[in-house]
Design a protein around this ligand. Structure first.
Ligand SMILES: NC(=O)C1=CN([C@@H]2O[C@H](COP(=O)(O)OP(=O)(O)OC[C@H]3O[C@@H](n4cnc5c(N)ncnc54)[C@H](OP(=O)(O)O)[C@@H]3O)[C@@H](O)[C@H]2O)[C@@H](O)CC1
Ligand SMILES: Nc1ncnc2c1ncn2[C@@H]1O[C@H](COP(=O)(O)OP(=O)(O)O)[C@@H](O)[C@H]1O
Ligand SMILES: [K+]
Length: 517
């Protein structure tokens, strides 16, 4: 089982899993209409935080339960004195179940303030004129039940709302965004805020969906956290709740060797900076010792730039193997600035045979573009955890035939390679071969700068050196990297990240209530 109760807060539910949570709750004795009432009331509260009594709120209600949530919210807001207009997609006579019940609960509001959004194949004139004078639009068209791309007049309706410039609050998901993948099906509403229920969905975190959600709020509608034990979700928001239990806490009696010794393999004289960035980050991430293993020609330049990071000359694969007879060297990183080619492949093979925790990044990945299966075979026979940290370009070279959304691709690649896969980008996904995956959302765009990935790989190897398990090390590294980016702020260069880690790590230590003083 991959789900642990401690992960409950960080769990993300696919629309299908959310449907199961609803069903289990209903079976336990809470009627669906009660859940819908709570959902609709949460939407009404969110509206109340954005516009004032008397303001014009236009509801767009679809044919399913997403529309039902809209009817409930409209009723609450009309009663509170908002100027509510409701536009339905389908004839209310065709509504069913809880959505029909919610419509009936509108009472006189239904006859006085309700109209059709679409007449025949055209958008209704009444809708167009109401839209122009609205203060807020509530998108209750489609949520979890979206099962095909928006098309035809519905798509035109969505485009009209987007072009209107009127702010939109989405119920559950902006209509057109897939909750499972964050992909846009045909077209989608762009909202400034989204209210979802019980737990967020992957589509709230993955691009492009994330950009269309605006500020996402998760409302409690009375579904119990225990429900998750039965559903056993394996997708998570990458946040401390997910991995605080694996945070490396040095014992009071710790010494530098008990905190692990990471080795970063550096490249030739002309490209030494990348490995130094990694090594500095590994040390900052808490490894007790970090050694930069340098080819002979780069010794002088590395020596000129290193202080706390140690330096070791390694001339060839033989001397690397000899160096690794020291069992204390427990986590290795190769790739940043190392160079692409046959030598790299040979060294990677030697490292994977050495039974250590390993991060393979950049050139170590690209060197296997012609024969990725050879790499995956070696990874499978390496007993230590292996992390692969490709950006999209490196990923497509290693896994040219893997298609789908980012979550699916990372999962498939982890399964195929036998490694923990960190598929980088604004919405990095960390996936394990056992099916667990975490989606990261704290990384600011100014992390897209030369050397930033080298720092990430360095943080990861520093955490592995301290004994953090592979999946958690990947998640922690990506999160710390994102926070360090936020902490450094716009204008950062990769050199700023390791120093910024200091206060970020302090925050995590405080959270984990270790209270080292
Ligand atoms: N269950 C509960 O207790 C709770 C559920 N909750 C709420 O329920 C929502 C899920 O409700 P849902 O399952 O009814 O799906 P929903 O998103 O309304 O859409 C389905 C309808 O859309 C249609 N349709 C789909 N795609 C389309 C397209 N491209 N273009 C056009 N039409 C399309 C499809 O029509 P059909 O395929 O029949 O033509 C179907 O009728 C969830 O997001 C949350 O807000 C909350 O109240 C909490 C409690
Ligand atoms: N738009 C973005 N928003 C947030 N983070 C980003 C963005 N683009 C890239 N990153 C992050 O910056 C890092 C860049 O890594 P990489 O592409 O390997 O760069 P380099 O090779 O120059 O070090 C990754 O951690 C990635 O997730
Ligand atoms: K919606």
């Amino acid at each position: 089982m991959t789900f642990e109760t401690g992960n409950s807060e960080a769990a993300l539910l696919t629309p299908e899993e959310m449907g199961r949570a609803d069903k289990l709750t209903i079976e336990s004795g809470v009627p669906g209409i009660v859940l819908m009432e709570r959902a609709g009331q949460a939407v009404a509260r969110a509206v109340g935080e954005r516009v004032a009594t008397g303001d014009k709120v236009l509801f767009l209600c679809g044919p399913g339960n997403n529309g039902g949530d809209g009817f409930i919210a409209a009723r609450c807001l009309a009663a509170a004195g908002y100027a509510v207009r409701i536009f339905v997609l389908k004839d209310p006579a065709e509504l069913k179940g809880d959505a029909l019940e919610a419509f009936e609960r509108l009472g006189p509001v239904a006859s006085n303030q309700c109209g059709k959004a679409i007449e025949g194949d055209d958008i209704a004139d009444d809708f167009i004129s109401s839209l122009g004078s609205s203060d807020l639009v509530i998108d209750a068209l489609f949520g979890a039940g979206l099962d095909r791309p928006l098309a035809g007049t519905v798509l035109k309706l969505v485009e009209l709302v987007n072009q209107s410039g009127v702010p939109v609050l989405a119920v559950d998901l902006p209509s057109g965004v897939s909750g499972a993948s964050g992909l846009i099906l045909g077209g989608a509403i762009k909202s400034c805020a989204t209210v979802t229920f019980f737990r967020a969905k992957p589509g709230h975190l993955l691009l492009p969906g994330r950009e269309l959600c605006g500020e996402t709020k998760v409302a409690d509608i009375g579904i119990l956290a225990q429900t998750l034990e039965e559903i056993s979700p394996d997708t998570f928001r990458n946040s401390p709740e997910l991995w605080l239990g694996s945070w490396p806490r040095p014992e009071t009696s710790a010494h530098k060797y008990s905190r692990g010794h990471a080795v970063v393999f550096g490249g030739p004289m002309s490209s030494t900076g990348a490995a130094r960035l990694s090594a500095g980050a590994a040390l900052r991430a808490g490894a007790g010792l970090v050694t930069l293993a340098s080819p002979p020609d780069a010794m002088m330049v590395n020596a000129c730039h290193l202080t706390a990071v140690m330096l070791r000359k390694v001339s060839d694969t033989g001397s690397i193997t000899g160096f690794l007879t020291d069992e204390r060297l427990n986590a290795l990183l190769i790739g940043p600035g190392f160079g692409v080619g046959a030598t790299t492949r040979t060294v990677v093979e030697a490292l994977l045979a050495a039974n250590r925790a390993i991060v393979l990044d950049a050139d170590a990945l690209t060197s296997f573009s012609e024969d990725p299966d050879a790499l995956f075979g070696m990874i499978r026979s390496s007993p230590g955890p292996v992390l692969l940290t490709p950006h999209e370009g490196e990923f497509s070279k290693l896994f040219p035939d893997i298609a789908g959304d980012k979550l699916q691709r990372a999962r498939l690649a982890a399964e195929r390679s036998g490694a923990i896969l960190v598929l980088k980008g604004p919405d990095s996904v960390i996936a394990a071969p056992d099916g667990r995956a975490a989606i990261n959302r704290n990384a600011p765009p100014w992390l897209a700068t030369a050397g930033s990935g080298d720092v990430l790989a360095g943080i990861a190897v520093g955490l592995l050196a301290q004994g953090v398990p592979g999946f958690e090390a990947g998640c922690q590294a990506v999160w710390l990297h994102g926070e360090a980016g936020l902490e450094s702020g716009p204008g950062l260069t990769a050199e700023d990240l390791a120093p910024a880690l200091k206060s970020v790590i302090r925050g995590v230590v405080d959270k984990s209530s270790v209270g080292h003083r």
